[in-house]
Design a protein around this ligand. Structure first.
Ligand SMILES: [Zn+2]
Length: 275
């Protein structure tokens, strides 16, 4: 939730503070949401509270030059089971396509996110060249923190839509083990895992599946999902990252690398992550 920042900024308060529920009030004026904070008075909020329930506390903080308030609400009846679909899916996470599903569907990371990540790398480089303590360095730092903020918003928004649609469409969602994936593969891949928000993806999937009565499973150890033929279980000794397609020397089926991997993930994920 975004708060109107100006009043807060003028008072020169700290970047971050907490309020207990007797220290603030949420008020609607002409159907617009405001928060009443001691010493500051009324501050307009960008949107209304998304949840109803007992208000516990609030945190007010500054990020990317903007002020935010996050309100903790005690929820009741959070279990809202979704209708069962009797469908299962395996998901291979990657760089070329953000997610490849075992039904062949490929999901790309949003273009604005990819562009902003490129921008981020350029900005990081230029910051490292600026003299410490210089005004230009300060300017570049502000730019960088704004960009980080934009990226995290685009990513969260995209991932929320994706995880909601997956949990609605499937009863069981199978993933690879991200810890293993990041560890065994190269540095470039580990960075991509962070950039694209794979951990956030997994976190959202698990909490939504818990709320909606669905199941998330993962491979409980390293399984060579890319280089094992899902049809006959033949395992290649080696499969270069650049090889997007391969033919099984044993059963002669031609595989799309990521679709084959996602089918293996679906067939071999056994560790249940949901409660
Ligand atoms: Zn085969």
């Amino acid at each position: 939730m975004k708060a109107n920042t100006h009043n807060l900024e003028k008072k020169g308060v700290n970047d971050r503070f907490s309020l207990s529920n007797d220290q603030f009030k949420l008020i609607d004026i002409n159907n617009k949401p405001f928060i009443k904070v001691p010493n500051l008075g009324l501050v307009r909020m960008r949107e209304k509270l998304r949840h109803t329930g007992k208000i516990l506390s609030a945190k007010i903080f500054k990020q990317g030059g903007k002020w935010f308030v996050s309100v903790a609400v005690e929820l009741q009846n959070i279990i809202k089971p979704q209708p069962k679909t009797d469908k299962q899916v395996g998901i291979d996470l990657g760089i070329t396509d953000l997610a490849t599903l075992s039904n062949g569907e490929k999901i790309q990371a949003p273009k604005p996110l990819k562009n902003k990540l490129k921008q981020l790398r350029r900005l990081n480089k230029s910051l490292s060249k600026k003299q410490k303590g210089s005004k230009n360095r300060e300017k570049a730092k502000t730019k960088l923190s704004r960009l980080h903020f934009k990226i995290s918003n685009i990513r969260k928004d995209f991932l929320h839509k994706l995880t909601t649609s997956l949990v609605k469409s499937y009863d069981v969602i199978c993933l690879e083990n991200l810890n293993v994936k990041g560890m065994v593969k190269n540095k470039k891949l580990s960075r991509a895992i962070n950039d694209l928000g794979f951990y956030e993806f997994k976190r959202q999937l698990i909490y939504k599946a818990n709320q909606w009565g669905k199941t998330v499973k993962e491979l409980d150890r390293f399984y060579p999902s890319s280089k094992t033929c899902h049809n006959c279980n033949y395992k290649l000794d080696n499969l270069l990252l650049s090889m997007r397609n391969w033919q099984c020397p044993n059963c002669h089926i031609t595989h799309d690398r990521d679709i084959n991997a996602s089918i293996n993930i679906l067939n071999h994920a056994t560790k249940v992550l949901t409660t």
